[in-house]
Write a protein that binds this ligand. Structure first.
Ligand code: ZN
Length: 209
């Protein structure tokens, strides 16, 4: 579920839609949290459904650290990528947090490299940190800076209004432990998931060398 202070807006024909803040969203605010209406599909179920949905399933889902596809029931599925995103999630956690103050009218963005992007994305985010082409392999290179942003924002999690707090509690997220021990906040590297075929190829490569 997205933060309620957001709306869906058409950006242009090329990009399509995006999620925009309708009110200021301070750093440390939960921007999205998994809720029971979101669909969680394993790879087999997703592959079975891909054809009848004409490619839209893959387009509008993202892959979590367990290899499951998440389809947000609300317009969370329209959140766009930015190489300088303002919303990131701790590794393996089912929520995202604003890592900077987001102004009313500003687009809320995440980094697709943290969402197991399957095909390279030619990026036109326009940020000063634009990587040009985004792949899931970017994750290792950006992890340290993402983790720093998340840990800094997380320190404010009890200080700002949290309309989505219920969903964090439902996930049994150990917020207080993470506040006491910021080094226990999981790295975004925990988001990484590799298909079994990749793991096999990797093993074969090691054997061959
Ligand atoms: Zn970019």
């Amino acid at each position: 579920m997205l933060h309620p202070g957001t709306e869906l807006r058409k950006i242009n024909d090329e990009i399509g839609y995006g999620v925009f803040a309708t009110q200021p969203i301070p750093r440390g605010t939960i921007t999205w949290a998994l809720d029971p209406l979101d669909q969680i599909l394993d790879q087999h179920a997703a592959e079975q459904l891909e054809q009848p949905y004409g490619g839209n399933l893959m387009r509008y889902t993202w892959v979590n650290g367990n290899g499951h596809r998440i389809l947000c029931w609300d317009f969370g599925r329209f959140m766009n990528h930015s190489c300088k995103a303002n919303s990131y999630g701790p590794g393996g956690c089912q929520f995202e947090i604003a890592v900077c103050d987001i102004d009313a009218g500003e687009e809320i963005t995440c980094d697709y490299a943290t969402l197991n992007l399957e095909n390279p994305l030619v990026c036109q985010c326009g940020s000063s940190r634009c990587r040009g082409v985004v792949t899931s392999d970017d994750l290792e290179g950006i992890a340290a800076s993402c983790d720093e942003l998340i840990r800094s924002a997380f320190a404010r999690i009890r200080e700002v209004k949290q309309p989505l707090w219920h969903w964090l509690e439902s996930q049994n997220t150990k917020i207080d432990h993470m506040l006491l021990r910021p080094d226990s906040i999981p790295s975004v590297l925990k988001h990484r998931w590799r298909p079994a075929s990749d793991a096999i190829a990797s093993r074969n490569l090691r054997v061959a060398t």
